[in-house]
Design a protein around this ligand. Structure first.
Ligand code: SF4
Length: 276
């Protein structure tokens, strides 16, 4: 069969197909003498054998999933900045300490501190000033820090809750409730992730119990290394307790000496001359 025979067979097939459609009741089928347009095109087109080209096997490009937006960083090393965390906290109303507070007490000190002190919550002086540990207890803490061979500016100081828990009746303070700690603790954890301290000190039983999720008292916890968020933590007495019970200062100093020894072992600088 030559090329014209093939075309005639094609046209014959098209006509038979059209007739079959009409017998089946299909309307609108073009009835023109001669070839239908498609067949005419086939007839008029030069017969050119297409070259057989083997298509190369190409793997579909791998489309990477869009990376999640990066949190604004402060130090260029992938750490979230304290300023961003403070902005996220905003005028916080996440727990019922908000209505009675005067100031959120976020924290103070070096954003690169190797040592962080964590208390239980702001007192009245801290609520008034917005800075942690500024009253008499704060002055004693400053002395303890200097005795360790450090300065207040070289460490970081914060609390497990950032708003003052007002005491019942005439009592100025109370311990924060579990739901208040739960609401505020994520911000403490973000602060620690930003600072990346090597060592922590929990000041007082309330802070130690909250951080360690234990019911054990400070007498049982103090003087032993624990861990919070993977960071070694030393529980010791709260400075306010030491003001009321000065006989416990010797034990507190013993705890801090363990912290100093660990700092020295880790090669962490203590610029001031420690007290003897
Ligand atoms: S204590 Fe913490 S969670 Fe509660 S209102 Fe203050 S900042 Fe917010």
């Amino acid at each position: 069969m030559d090329e014209m025979d093939e075309v005639r067979a094609l046209v014959r097939g098209v006509r038979e197909h059209l007739a079959w459609l009409e017998r089946g009741g299909v309307t609108g089928v073009p009835r023109r003498k001669g070839l239908v347009p498609a067949a005419r095109a086939v007839v008029s087109a030069p017969v050119v054998s297409a070259p057989v080209v083997s298509a190369p096997v190409v793997s579909a490009p791998v489309v990477e999933a869009a990376a999640p937006p990066r949190i604004v960083r402060a130090d260029g090393h992938g750490r979230e900045g304290l300023r961003v965390i403070r902005e996220d906290l905003g005028e916080c109303f996440r727990c019922n300490l908000a209505p009675t507070r005067k100031n959120i007490v976020f924290g103070v000190g070096s954003p690169d501190a190797s040592l962080v002190f964590i208390g239980e919550g702001p007192g009245m002086d801290e609520d008034r000033t917005g800075e942690p540990f500024v009253g008499k207890a704060g002055q004693l803490l400053d002395k303890m820090i200097v005795a360790m061979g450090l300065l207040r500016e070289e460490v970081y100081i914060c609390n497990i809750v950032k708003c003052h828990p007002p005491g019942p009746g005439t009592s100025p303070n109370r311990a924060p409730e579990p739901d208040e700690i739960e609401a505020c603790e994520p911000f403490l954890q973000r602060q620690l992730a930003a600072i990346r301290p090597r060592l922590l000190v929990a000041l007082g039983g309330v802070a130690a119990k909250a951080l360690l999720h234990t019911t054990a008292g400070i007498m049982a916890l103090r003087g032993q290394w624990k861990s919070y968020q993977g960071v070694p933590l030393m529980p010791t007495f709260h400075p306010a307790y030491l003001l009321r019970s000065p006989d416990k200062k010797r034990d507190a100093w013993s705890d801090l000496q363990m912290v100093m020894a660990e700092m020295d072992r880790l090669g962490l600088p203590r610029r001031s001359t420690p007290a003897r």
